[in-house]
Ligand binder design. Structure first.
Ligand SMILES: NC(=O)c1ccc[n+]([C@@H]2O[C@H](COP(=O)([O-])OP(=O)(O)OC[C@H]3O[C@@H](n4cnc5c(N)ncnc54)[C@H](OP(=O)(O)O)[C@@H]3O)[C@@H](O)[C@H]2O)c1
Length: 440
């Protein structure tokens, strides 16, 4: 590859690297803006200036939040992918298709790729990294997890000498904002509306609130951490939609907060990974992660516990990660090397979630009469689940219904599921209102 050169200072040669940008939305506009504002500083630091040559959008007439040279806009992806002068394709359109075809097409044509696309990396990352290796180009995806938090580089490079045994993360800012508001006394619907008003949640928030977005991110983190391909479909996930204000109150009374926890562990039987609402002790490192902030807690055998914390989304933090990847490509181009990543060294199995163990919080509506607790305790005992505590919180004397919260000791998820089905058939049980894992 050959680059045009300029001199920033006398005697200092700055290479020009041509970029084709796919997408000029939140992150694309942030990237255009950051490169415009910090171009000189970056050129001095990395010895290369990034020149955006073309920008793919759906609607070239749409107003943009930052100044963009409209002559660069195109609706024709081939005008970027087939342009031999483009060195790096930056994919920021989002979604699985056509993004995955564009990324693969760019790699096949010998172009380096930087992407923020968690869905594509989670579902197709290992194949795309293989393709990048075979095409002798770099594929970087720092912005796909944690926005401005540099967690991918940490896993790919800084912790390379570690065996990582566990990951715990809050990696969806929308749900963490909603859960923080619920912790402060707001209902789910109010908290969601506020998140939408502030631009933290989309008009259709499904992918965030049902755990899908966090599942994509956990698949990427687990794959890198455990050097085994973990697919999103292998991750058990539950959303936050069924949580009630009461669960936050009762949890607080027992010294817990509720978080949408992305958790993955590598044990002797393989990898167990899940995304689900979880009670976390208020003393836990992740309990203080509030609002739209994200954090990733990594347990490595050399570094022990290690936590990264920061803004998980937004134009500026995410553009910061995209531009960092561009600079990494520039460094590699100057040294004529690529980052090879063999992410499937270990090929550990991903274990059935039913075989994993946890403590559980269960909230039930039951008949307010003697013998009820004994009936429930018998079902739990038959399934080898022991009770750590029981609390009766409210009684509706007119309806004859009481609300109880049970905390269990460690139990297998499969046994717990069986016990809950059996408890649901007891004539004294009106409703199983909540069933939440408890983190130690
Ligand atoms: N937003 C964040 O805070 C954030 C954080 C981390 C990662 N990410 C990831 O970054 C990526 C981009 O997110 P975003 O929030 O910037 O999205 P966005 O605001 O919806 O922008 C998407 C851009 O891509 C263009 N586009 C979409 N589909 C296209 C297609 N089929 N052909 C041509 N152009 C197309 C759109 O064109 P028009 O403008 O003409 O509609 C728009 O410019 C996603 O993968 C997302 O998951 C986002």
């Amino acid at each position: 590859m050959r680059y045009a050169c300029e001199c920033l200072h006398e005697g200092e040669e700055i290479k020009e690297i041509n970029i084709g940008l796919l997408g000029a939305g939140v992150v694309g506009s942030g990237t255009i803006d950051l490169l415009a504002r910090r171009g000189d500083q970056i050129a001095r630091s990395v010895g290369a200036r990034f020149a955006i040559r073309r920008i793919l959008v759906r609607d070239p007439l749409r107003p943009r939040p930052v100044p963009i040279d409209r002559s660069l806009l195109t609706t024709d992806a081939a005008s970027i992918l087939d342009d031999p002068s483009i060195d790096i394709v930056v994919e920021l359109i989002g979604g699985e298709t056509p993004a995955v075809e564009y990324i693969a097409g760019a790699l096949r044509r010998g172009k380096h790729v930087v992407t923020a696309n968690k869905e594509v990396v989670a579902k197709h990352g290992s194949e795309l990294l293989d393709l990048a290796n075979r095409s002798n180009v770099n594929l970087f995806f720092e912005a796909s997890v944690g926005g401005g938090i540099p967690v991918i580089a940490v896993l790919r490079h800084d912790l390379i000498a570690n065996e990582i045994t566990s990951l715990r993360a809050i990696i969806n800012g929308t749900t963490n904002f909603i859960l923080t508001a619920m912790e402060q006394g707001h209902g789910y619907e109010d908290a969601l509306r506020e998140a939408q008003r502030l631009g933290y949640a989309e008009a259709d928030p499904t992918n965030d609130v049902d755990g899908t977005d966090a599942t994509y991110k956990l698949a990427i983190l687990s794959t890198l951490a455990f050097r085994t391909n973990v697919r999103p479909s292998q991750i058990e996930h539950f959303g936050i939609q069924r949580l009630s204000q009461k669960d936050f109150q009762y949890a607080a009374g027992m010294g817990y907060v509720i978080k949408l926890l992305a958790a993955a562990d590598a044990g002797p039987n393989g990898i167990a990974a899940s995304v689900r609402p979880t009670l976390i002790p208020t003393t836990h490192h992740l309990a203080s992660v509030k609002g739209v902030f994200n954090a990733v807690l990594i347990d490595g055998d050399q570094v022990d516990k290690f936590m990264l914390y920061g803004r998980g989304a937004g134009a500026r933090p995410t553009a910061s990660a995209v531009v960092a990847d561009l600079c990494a490509v520039a460094h590699n181009l100057q040294r004529n090397v690529i980052d090879r990543v063999d992410i499937v060294q270990h090929r550990l199995p991903v274990v059935d979630f039913g075989d994993t163990q946890s403590r559980f919080y269960i909230r039930l509506q039951v008949a307010d009469r003697p013998g009820v607790l004994a009936a429930i305790a018998r079902v739990l005992g038959d399934n080898e689940i022991s009770i750590a505590s029981v609390m009766q919180h409210e009684t509706d004397e007119t309806a004859g219904v009481a609300e109880i919260v049970i905390m269990t000791h460690l139990a297998a998820e499969r046994r717990m599921a069986t016990a809950l089905t059996e408890i649901g058939t007891l004539d004294v049980v009106r409703e199983t209102s909540a069933f939440i894992r408890v983190e130690r």
